[in-house]
Design a protein around this ligand. Sequence first.
Ligand SMILES: *Cc1c(COP(=O)(O)O)cnc(C)c1O
Length: 439
Amino acid sequence: MTGAVSELGFETRQVHAGSIVDAEAGARVTPIYQSAGYVFDSFDDGVERFAGRSARRAYSRNDNPTNVVAARRIADLEGGVDGVLVASGQAAIAMALSALAQAGDHILTTDRLYEGTREMIRGALRRNGLEFEAVPIDADEDAWVAAVRPQTRAIYAESIANPLGEVADLALLGRVSARTGVPLVVDNTVATPYLCRPIEHGAAIVIHSTSKWLGGHGSSIGGAIVDGGRFDWTAAAARFPHLHEPRPHGAPSFAERFGDAALGAYLRSVVVLEHGPTVPPTSAFLLLHGIETLSLRMERHVANAVAVAAALREHPAVARVHYPGVGDGQADKVARLLPDGAGSIVSIELAGGRDAARTFLDSLRLVSQMTHIGDVRTLAIHTGSTIHGKLRGEERTALGITEGLVRLSIGIELVDDIVADLRQALDVVPSRVLEVVRA
Ligand SMILES: *Cc1c(COP(=O)(O)O)cnc(C)c1O
């Protein structure tokens, strides 16, 4: 299935990879298999399925056919060997990290991460005994290597960080992973596999919130974890003993049985089965429809974002525009890692601070004021009072979340209409000159 089409182009694989034609009706579109379980042929067949010796499925918690097609398609687009679909991006992060680390273990992250991830790190994952340490996103290779400890189980980064668009140097982190034997885990939600494929740069695991651009239509929540199949789990056996222990029913260890694909298999058949963050197959069906047009949407998302960023830079109410690679010292990294575009999040800092942001957001007509990104519609949010609202003022400042910061997720509408709406809302906002007078 996956292997058969992987020599084809991205645009072809986003439509075909992993697809199945059901034997009964021959439906061309992957059906919604809305079934909790699957009938055993016999007593012995049930035993075989539970022992993992049969290729046939037992239960939808971790093995729903619709979900499997979507997982395989995402894995194919990322250049990975295995994938698993879960209930949300948050669940994908939680499952991936619990497949790698346990209480007492240590995880390195960049200091620029989606706030939901930071919240989970500060909250549930710390309570579960995992230790985290943030390294500056622009630290050099030796600084990263020096931060690795014997207990370090993962290096975690976002290819394009949400919301300010700091780009992680995945090639550098890939070299750190190779030097230290610690797997690199990359949240590739904002870039999507169309713009960036972290496995090519040395990532072992790729994570997605499929709720965003992969689904693309803002209709459902989901997450995915992809095993790159290039990490040597046997060489790293001391860090990951759970992949090397013999399994029940006399089965060999995951490393013996699945080799470089051991972690994906462990995730699917142990971690996700045990925790149960199952995504409804209806969501996977909608996700598959989104993925089929990913390249087309991303081209338009990127073109619109670049045009919006340029237009807003000219507006007197805007003090700063954040778009990766433009005026932020990241041009070299963007050219190397994101040659086809740096995504469609454009964050703007209004000179008039929080009051200006309120006026601006309440004046929007076409653009929706809401929390979400990666929708075909253009969306806007004042992150400082919502997503980053629980942080202390100095924490927000350290992360670059200023009082006037508004995150825009640029959609695929006609760009002139997007710019016109943003402009008319900005025109109501006191300009920079007025702000200076008021201050
Ligand atoms: C939204 C998001 C998540 C969390 O995904 P959900 O599907 O909302 O749980 C994780 N990482 C990034 C970068 C995100 O933007």
